[in-house]
Structure formats: structure tokens, C-alpha cells
Design a protein around this ligand. Structure first.
Ligand code: ATP
Ligand code: MG
Length: 391
């Protein structure tokens, strides 16, 4: 394995932020520092739209650091580099050593150079020419292809010189915490963790609400949601998870409302509870994992009824996605295996035999009048919430 002296991180969109750029950069740096804490001591600093991550002592595990960094929003590329002195002899020696650790026989390459230090005697094209020639002289079985190379040797001349052949893809998006806070309604399924991930990717901090129907749903079902939140937190950062008891409300709905409206009414009450929690914690919007037509409670008519229950905006990032596309993302972010564990959710117990696929809002509002004590029940459920900080 090639040695890594330090890691350079490149960010895309943030660099375009004009006057607000320092704000975004500072948040990104804070996020990187707090996440790297788990894998050792590092120095994290920035200069010229690049973040430098350097190990401070033996506890700093660079391979583990790469894994952590790949999940931090706001980073576009991750470059594990070898540093050397700022002269062509050292740069060429280092580049050849890097290439020797790769399988180069019969492969094509090119050199890309960036000269941040304008005092360096060669400019970028000259560095490419000179280094390309020296690599060919080293007889590693390489030939040049500047259009479609199999290997790219990168050189950056900054305070020191940096050489790297590997450019890993970052998670993209914006640093979490630069775009306010929203509340994800988190079930144990495949969809809602993906929905949360997608909104967090745009820099939004997540608060999560989960409805639990003890004793109809088991402790294992609750554990599963905590596990999902933990997996999401690797991308989304710290998540405060509110576990709200929902059994009394569900039983009340089942007793008093028409069976074919159960799911939509249940969903409307969930939204109202999530809205109240959001108002209290300063969350600006709700997020759900709904997608048009996926199930009876997600037809256009059902979504209209659900949406109408609250005044807060509701974001549904999966709205136009097929299940297959959602599954692909959930596998990529590592929540899929947990999501498919077979523990019942509060929505899968008490499922009506013939749910209305085209519910009428006025009929639902009429039906909900039977729930005379619903306001008190909502406040009671919220007062009994269990709050966990998931990191
Ligand atoms: P998911 O994979 O998110 O469970 P699903 O297809 O099972 O999706 P539904 O059960 O119809 O969807 O739920 C739709 C959305 O309602 C979920 O994506 C989630 O945002 C919210 N939701 C459902 N059940 C719960 C719950 N027990 N706690 C919190 N939110 C829930
Ligand atoms: Mg579900």
C-alpha cells in the first residue's frame, strides 16, 4: 500500500459562495474535525480552497480517516498525497516511487500539475513536460495518453510539493449545518433514511421523529430505527431522535374512524405531532420518504390529504423516484441491510383491508371530528417522548 503523508480535500460548490464562502468553509472544517475525532488526532486547516488533513501522532489512522472523509458532505474530491521538497528532482523521485507501488506495465498515463506557489521556477505546463519525461525515463512500462490516461500523476506545488495518483470521490453536497434544520419522519423502512440523507446532503441538519406502538411493535423495531439513525449519522452528522409513543392515538383512531381511512388519518396525526416537535426545536420543515403511487397512502389524492394536515412545509425528496432507484441509494449509504430486517412498523400493524386510494379531504376532516380528545392526546404523546442523541 502506498504511504499517505496527508490528505488534501477539494470542495466544489462552496468555492462559488462569494462573500459567504468563509462561513461555509468554517462549517466544513468543524464537521471534518468532529468526525475525525473518532479515528485519531489530526490537524485540519485550509488554504486556497483546499483542506489539509495531517496526522498529529501515531493514533491517527489515515485509512480510517479516508473512510470517514468519504461520508462528509461538502467534499468533492479526496486526495491521499505524498509530500516532498519543492524541486523537480524530489518531485520526480516521489512520483516514480508512487508509480512503483502501482501495476504500471503496459498502462497509459499523464501528468497534471498545479502551481499555487508562483515563485516555483517552472509553470504548470513545464512541470507536466519535465515530469512526464522523467517518468518515461524510469522505464516503468508506461506510455503517454493525455486524453484518456489510465493513471494520472498529480503534482501540486504549494508550501511544499504534493504528489498523488489517486483521487477519491467525496460525498458532494453542502456542509451539514449551512442550510438550517428539518425534521425527518423516520420509519424502519427503506425510504425514509434515504429521504433524510438527500436533504442532509444539501447542508440541512436533521432532527428525527419516530412513532412507536409499544406493545404492538417490539423493542427490536425501536432498536432498528436507532441503528438506522446511527448509520445515517455517518453522513448527516449528529441526529436528535425523538421516539414518540403512538399506541393510544392509533387505538383511538381505530375505534372511532372508518376503517378505509385509517392510514391517511394516522399519517395526518403523525405530521401534526412532527410539526409540533419541529416548532419547539426550531426545525423549518418536515421530510418524508413518500413517493407518488408507491402504496395506497401515497396516491396523489392521499398526499394532498396528508399535506393539508400541517402548516409547515413538507419536503419529499423521493417523490418522483422508483423503488429500485431508492434501493440503489440505500445500498450505497449502508442503510439497506438494516431497513430490510423484518420488524413490524406501527403502520404495518392495523392495516385496513381496503384502504381508500382516492380519499376526499372533506370526508377525512369530517371523520376526524370523532377524535374529540386528539389535541390532548397529541400533547400527551409528545410529553412522553424519549429523546436520544445519535452520533
Ligand atoms: P419507509 O421505507 O420510509 O418506511 P414506506 O414505503 O414504508 O416507506 P409508509 O409506511 O407509507 O412508507 O410511510 C410513508 C412515510 O411516512 C415514511 O417514509 C416516513 O417518512 C413516514 N412514516 C411512516 N411510518 C413512520 C413511523 N413509524 N415513524 C415515523 N415516520 C413514519
Ligand atoms: Mg414504512
Amino acid at each position: 500500500m502506498q504511504k499517505i503523508d496527508l490528505i488534501l480535500l477539494k470542495y466544489g460548490e462552496i468555492a462559488l459562495k462569494g462573500l459567504n464562502k468563509p462561513l461555509f468553509e468554517r462549517k466544513l472544517l468543524d464537521n471534518i474535525k468532529s468526525r475525525l475525532d473518532k479515528v485519531g488526532k489530526f490537524s485540519v486547516r485550509r488554504a486556497q480552497s483546499t483542506v489539509y488533513v495531517e496526522p498529529l501522532d501515531e493514533t491517527a489512522d489515515m485509512q480510517e480517516a479516508l473512510k470517514v472523509l468519504e461520508k462528509i458532505f461538502g467534499i468533492v474530491n479526496i486526495c491521499p498525497v505524498v509530500k516532498c521538497a519543492k524541486d523537480m528532482d524530489s518531485i520526480a523521485k516521489t512520483a516514480v516511487e508512487c508509480l512503483e507501488s502501482l501495476d504500471t506495465a503496459g498502462k497509459t498515463f499523464k501528468v497534471e500539475a498545479k502551481r499555487e506557489d508562483k515563485k516555483f521556477p517552472l509553470n504548470s505546463p513545464q512541470i507536466c513536460m519535465e515530469l512526464g519525461g522523467r517518468i518515461l525515463d524510469a522505464a516503468l512500462g508506461l506510455s503517454v495518453d493525455v486524453h484518456n490516461p489510465e493513471i494520472t500523476v498529480n503534482v501540486e506545488v504549494r508550501q511544499e510539493a504534493y504528489v498523488y495518483t489517486q483521487k477519491l470521490k467525496g460525498a458532494g453536497g453542502m456542509p451539514v449545518g449551512t442550510n438550517g434544520k428539518s425534521t425527518i419522519l423516520l420509519s424502519g423502512g427503506i425510504d425514509s433514511p434515504v429521504a433524510g440523507y438527500m436533504i442532509a446532503k444539501r447542508g440541512v441538519e436533521l432532527e428525527a421523529v419516530h412513532f412507536h406502538s409499544h406493545p404492538y411493535t417490539s423493542d427490536r423495531a425501536k432498536e432498528k430505527v436507532i441503528d438506522l439513525a446511527r448509520e445515517m449519522a455517518q453522513y448527516c452528522g449528529k441526529i436528535r431522535l425523538h421516539i414518540v409513543p403512538f399506541t393510544q392515538i392509533q387505538l383511538d383512531i381505530i375505534e372511532k374512524c372508518p376503517e378505509n381511512y385509517l392510514t391517511v388519518i394516522m399519517r395526518r396525526i403523525m405530521m401534526r405531532i412532527a410539526e409540533k416537535v419541529s416548532n419547539r426545536v426550531g426545525s423549518a420543515a418536515l421530510i418524508t420518504g413518500e413517493s407518488i403511487g408507491q402504496v395506497a397512502s401515497q396516491t396523489m389524492e392521499s398526499l394532498v390529504c396528508t399535506d393539508n394536515a400541517v402548516n409547515i412545509p413538507v419536503f419529499r425528496p423521493l417523490i418522483g423516484m422508483d423503488k429500485e432507484e431508492i434501493v440503489t441509494i440505500s445500498k450505497k449509504i449502508g442503510t439497506y441491510e438494516t431497513s430490510i430486517l423484518p420488524y413490524e412498523d406501527c403502520c404495518t400493524i392495523f392495516v385496513p383491508k381496503h384502504p381508500k386510494t382516492k380519499p376526499q379531504l372533506n370526508e377525512i376532516i369530517e371523520a376526524e371530528k370523532a377524535l374529540e380528545n386528539i389535541e390532548e392526546m397529541i400533547d400527551q404523546a409528545i410529553s412522553e417522548e424519549e429523546v436520544l442523541i445519535i452520533k
